[in-house]
Design a protein around this ligand. Structure first.
Ligand SMILES: O=P(O)(O)OC[C@H]1O[C@H](OP(=O)(O)OP(=O)(O)O)[C@H](O)[C@@H]1O
Ligand code: HPA
Length: 179
């Protein structure tokens, strides 16, 4: 099994890029059916979601508006439970159906706060689409409307996800190897 080393940690192969692409295609099919003619605004949550958002956009049938925002709460492998708004969304959300594009829901802290914040900014409806979900890690009550793949409670890197900002560029996903 392929292993990679990032700083002090070793990670082993976990989910192939092909499995991710198939899950994203299934998600896009549902979105094509649900969102046609509704003019949703997709908001990509940086940094981790850049690959997922790019994959998904290429599978959607319509040309939709896409915006970007950046929130950060992790240090190493742990949440600080302090959400920093590094880059706010610049488009108006007033009256819009907003679809948040997230790479991973772990504790749920980020999505719980971002969803509430987008409603506070005037969104009519806020939906969450996540490439990966870790239901066993949930500490905050939030659920996604679209889930690519549900995974166990392991720290992962790849396909946008990082350990201390490294590892995002791997196309496959790797999970931490505990020694
Ligand atoms: O459900 P949670 O426990 O809140 O964890 C999920 C969030 O953590 C990661 O972001 P991070 O804060 O590491 O920022 P990044 O996307 O820039 O890496 C990930 O991209 C999610 O946004
Ligand atoms: O498992 C993870 N990997 C990378 N970043 C994360 N942010 C929350 N959980 C994770």
């Amino acid at each position: 099994m392929k292993e990679i080393k990032i700083k002090d940690k070793v990670f082993e192969e976990y989910i192939s890029a092909e499995t991710i692409q198939n899950a994203v295609k299934e998600m896009a099919k549902k979105m094509n059916a649900d969102l046609k003619d509704k003019d949703p605004l997709f908001v990509c949550i940086m940094n981790g979601s850049f690959m997922f958002a790019s994959d998904l956009m290429q599978q959607l049938d319509e040309f939709y508006e896409v915006a970007f925002a950046r929130y950060s709460s992790y240090s190493g492998t742990e949440s600080t439970y302090k959400l920093k708004e590094v880059m706010p969304v610049t488009q108006s959300l007033e009256g819009r159906i907003v679809v948040i594009l997230e790479d991973l829901i772990d504790s749920g802290f980020t999505m719980m706060h971002v969803k509430k914040h987008f409603y506070d900014l005037g969104a009519k409806e806020v939906l969450i689409a996540t490439m990966l979900d870790k239901p066993a890690a949930r500490k905050c009550p939030v659920e996604a409307d679209y889930v690519g793949i549900s995974i166990a409670n392991d720290f992962i890197v790849g396909h946008g996800l990082d350990y201390d900002d490294y590892g995002r560029m791997y196309n496959d996903i790797y999970k931490i190897k505990l020694s």
